[in-house]
Ligand binder design. Sequence first.
Ligand code: PLP
Length: 399
Amino acid sequence: MRRWMKFAAWREVPEGRWADWRWQVENSICRADALAELLPLSEDERKAIAEVSKVYPMRITPHYLSLVEDLHDPSDPVRLQAVPLPEELDPVGEEDPLDETMDSPVPGLTHRYPDRVLLVTTNFCPTYCRHCTRKRIWCRWEEPDLGEWFRYIRAHPEVRDVLVSGGSPLCLPLAKLEEILKGICEIPHVEVVRLGAREPATLPQRFSDPELLEVLERYSRKLWMVVHFNHPREVTPEAKEAVWKVLRLGIPVLSQTVLLRNVNDSPGIMRELMRRLLAVKVKPYYILHGDPVKGTMHFRTSLGRGNEVMEGLRGHISGLGVPHYMVDLPYGAGKVPVGPNYLLTSGEKMAVFRNYEGLLVAYPLDGKGDEDESQGVSKLLSSGGALVPDGVPRLGRRR
Ligand SMILES: *Cc1c(COP(=O)(O)O)cnc(C)c1O
């Protein structure tokens, strides 16, 4: 049975229509009444969705909704990311906690770091993620002046890396996407152009449009794609196909994941997500701690939870699958890595590290230290060696 056939309303949709990205966009769910025909909603839930979507609109592709597993479960991790909740109307948080607008020399362009700029190209997305960090632009949007962007970047030879973000640039009219990519790629000092895309998760059908692939191919010399996956279930066979089409153009594909309460704030789920991403040749780049954005505060977790997730990755899966865990700071201070520490302490003669197994091991340095009759970590610092916990499977494999 096809995934979408669990919805009575779509049972008759033939494969060819389902695979058509235009059908997916045209049949996206934007109204509470339409959603109520697909998911069993209580009257209260339906009303709440209608209320919240007046402030923060709803838009869900049929593809993305079909990733909901248990239609009766209000805490399904896919549903939580796409279906509005009353918590979004809590007045806590800020509209623009990272001060993107303040670090913006021309509208829609944020120049925060020395050598790279971020462009917000559109406020449209095929599925509006409830945790979106740019919720402020959903209903307040001014068309950017592309010429102004190009002039700014040309006038700043230090800019080597341009992030083309949104919203969803891949859903722009193709002529506009081409105008943007051409304008940027023609600037000689721009070496890297990153396209942000959530489509492999929400609308993988987009990549079966040969005209889109032709546009991407024309600029593939400079292009990278940064996709956004939050849950292992989003890594579908369709997503795999979409990613492969992009990779074949010579465009590397990286992924960013937002740490989200009740969606992926668990070591097991995150490990599974990272494994699946590697299996489709996507390199996990960042896990982003939730920004304190108004309307998304119910998704935030503690830094401690994030560290627990990282403990479940480092050492346990291929290093290729371990992203950096990042916090984006207020005052436009930018992203900094957080995460567990592995260097416990150090002296003149030895440093003491711990590894993912909890083994403490001395690492020799060039300095001089005392021989000392101490014990524990102090002994490791003076005499080297290791403190080995019980029951390490690796040691059981040793000859
Ligand atoms: C995240 C971000 C970037 C890119 O940062 P990297 O660490 O290079 O991925 C650039 N500009 C802004 C404003 C950002 O928020």
